[in-house]
Design a protein around this ligand. Structure first.
Ligand SMILES: [Zn+2]
Length: 382
């Protein structure tokens, strides 16, 4: 068994209530996946991740970044220690990205050829080369339940011609990722790590902000027959209506019986909106990154999301919780005044508590969306 996906109900909006069975466990979808960049969701300990959400069922799947783990401590070291799950003490589903996005956004002196990308490490300037085959080897060594095809992330904004050229490279690399993964994924003795099962590889639809290219990309990737599909290259600075349109146009073209994952989105109201459009999986660094900057999400009585900057003086003597309706361990115990003090004093606990609240807020939002989709009128069969 690698991956089994079941759509339990499709609402009139297109949103799907589903269930994704992976080697390390079952994930109820739509799901938000906290990002554990260097095998750590920044400032939040694994045991706490397991308790988040109003139902207390915790984060059911988290991400790790291939680029970061390849550079430090190295995928071969992690493989020698039994894979990324064992290394970080996390026995639930995981997904690794391909490293493509970080190679294009973090590293220096990139040189892209049809074969792959040469780059210098953002840590020490050392020289490295990533090809689709190498990205697969690194991800197989890490051993997450889901791996991602290696893709080129085009700069924003990019012309139609430039985007088409980049997309062509992404398609060639997707096929090479697919073939290399199929030939090698079983070679590492991950049957112990993955409870007797194997990893799955997702393809990534690109095509920038051009609907015709998104269509071409989706069709080409569906031909390659991946067990799941991601929509990449969004939330990179384009207007929100464009993000929404690209997601909607792409969803129509992806197989209905396979999971669909939008990478790197977004604010709480966005993840809710996209889940109700039919996106099954999302990830974003925002809840933890915002938390470390003192930006907290809360909900007004009417359900709208507000962003609270905890360092503001108005909270200095505020004895209320961040969000009176939030049932996270932070809101049940600590006041805005205390959280403001921790942040202003530069106490590490403040970064941790802020991140925990924000992650809980995201996961609780998705719990509510799943319940709404489960109870929504079913979409008429066309
Ligand atoms: Zn809270």
């Amino acid at each position: 068994m690698a991956l089994q996906f079941e759509v339990l109900r499709t609402a009139g909006s297109g949103g799907r209530r589903g269930r994704l069975a992976l080697p390390h466990g079952v994930v109820e979808t739509p799901v938000f996946m906290p990002v554990g960049t260097a095998a750590s969701v920044k400032a939040v300990e694994q045991g706490v991740l397991e308790t988040l959400g109003d139902e207390g069922s915790g984060a059911k799947i988290i991400l790790a970044n291939t680029y970061h783990l390849y550079l430090r401590p190295g995928h071969e070291l992690i493989a020698r220690l039994g894979g990324v799950h064992k290394f970080m003490g996390w026995d639930q589903p995981m997904l690794t990205d391909s490293g493509g996005f970080q190679v294009f956004s973090l590293s220096e002196l990139r040189k892209v050829t049809p074969d792959g990308v040469e780059f210098r490490s953002h840590l020490d300037g050392s020289r490295h080369f990533f090809s689709p085959e190498h990205s697969m080897d690194v991800q197989i060594a890490l051993g997450a339940d889901i791996a991602m095809a290696f893709d080129e992330c085009v700069e924003t904004p990019a012309s139609w011609e430039r985007t088409k050229e980049s997309m062509g490279l992404t398609h060639a690399w997707a096929q090479r990722s697919h073939d290399h993964f199929a030939a090698n994924a079983h070679r590492v003795p991950w049957h112990e790590v993955l409870n007797g099962a194997t990893q799955s590889l997702f393809g990534i639809v690109q095509g920038g902000m051009y609907a015709d290219l998104r269509k071409e990309s989706a069709e080409r990737l569906v031909e390659m027959d991946f067990p799941g599909y991601a929509i990449g290259g969004l939330a990179v600075g384009e207007p929100r209506e464009v993000t929404r349109e690209m997601i909607a146009r792409t969803l129509e073209l992806l197989p209905k019986d396979k999971p669909r994952y939008v990478m790197g989105v977004g604010y709480p109201d966005e993840i809710e909106e996209y889940a109700k459009m039919g996106v099954d999986m999302m990830d974003c660094v925002l809840p933890t990154r915002a938390g470390r900057h003192g930006l907290l999400f809360a909900r007004e009585a009417d359900g709208s999301v507000v962003r609270m900057n905890i360092k503001r003086k108005e909270y200095a003597e505020d004895q209320g919780p961040i969000d009176a309706a939030c049932r996270c361990m932070v809101c049940r115990r600590y006041s805005r005044a205390y959280l403001r003090h921790l942040f202003v004093a530069g106490e590490p606990l403040g970064l941790s508590l802020n991140s925990i609240h924000n992650l809980h807020f995201y996961l609780a939002t998705m719990e509510r969306v799943r319940a709404e989709l489960a109870n929504a009128a079913e979409r008429a069969v066309l």
